[in-house]
Ligand binder design. Sequence first.
Ligand code: DGT
Ligand code: MG
Ligand code: MG
Ligand code: MG
Ligand code: MG
Length: 263
Amino acid sequence: MAKSRFEYVRDFELDDRCLPNCWLVVRIDGHSFHRFSEIHHFAKPNDDRALQLMTYSAQSVMDEYKDIILCYGQSDEYSFVFKKNTKLFCRRASKLMTNVVSLFTSTFVFTWSRYFSTQDLKYPPSFDARTICYPSDQNLKDYLSWRQADCHINNLYNTCFWKLVQEKSLSPAESQARLKGTLSSDKNEMLFTEFNINYNNLPEIYRKGTILIRQKKNEESETFTSITSSNTQPKKCLPRILTLNVDMIANKFWTEYSYLLER
Ligand code: DGT
Ligand code: MG
Ligand code: MG
Ligand code: MG
Ligand code: MG
């Protein structure tokens, strides 16, 4: 094909291919979800509809991009881990994150009414995205531990904050002042003595966030087929995606699902 004289402008595009042999993580995060959650009357501190819609949207991304080995979500964010040797989009950071975040966002909007049946979507939400390269397995585990620790810290704080506002009639400012400088142990104690809540008994989805992984290959073969009601022929399914709300900080998870980091 003949080149036009304008072709040279291509040279202004920067090469943003990620380093080889590194885990690639794309994290998306809701833009101004403090406002979005207020306007859409999200339950406080955790809205099950919102959490389910986030996870459904993440699952649609995982369905589309087979090189994603694990997703982790909490609050208004989701992280997508691509296998170390992925060749997707020539490992270009901008291609990876824009394709992930736009599919995530369009699915979020497209599917909104399924989860929020009594709440209209008032304006189009958006999400930011970044791509990060992690050279070692330990770096990747530490990244995921960091996000999960963030989930726990925020959830403990928010649980206390909203209990004080909703059940002790403190103003948001008073509740904030009351919690200022408190340690985790103080917050656990407050929940127990003042609200009769054992924090560790709250649903794991709130305390741990949500992990999506693919079932191990040889486990798939046994559960790989499903019979649909309209058709008695076994239907070929994709490797099943497991949804977990478990701890990833201790080694147990990585021992149990060691195949995730293999190859
Ligand atoms: P950003 O990310 O810098 O554009 O700003 P935000 O406002 O999105 O801040 P971020 O991402 O640090 O915090 C997430 C906000 O979303 C936070 O204000 C709490 C809110 N949010 C997320 N999930 C829920 C939920 O299930 N219920 C309620 N009530 N709020 C939620
Ligand atoms: Mg932020
Ligand atoms: Mg946000
Ligand atoms: Mg966030
Ligand atoms: Mg094109």
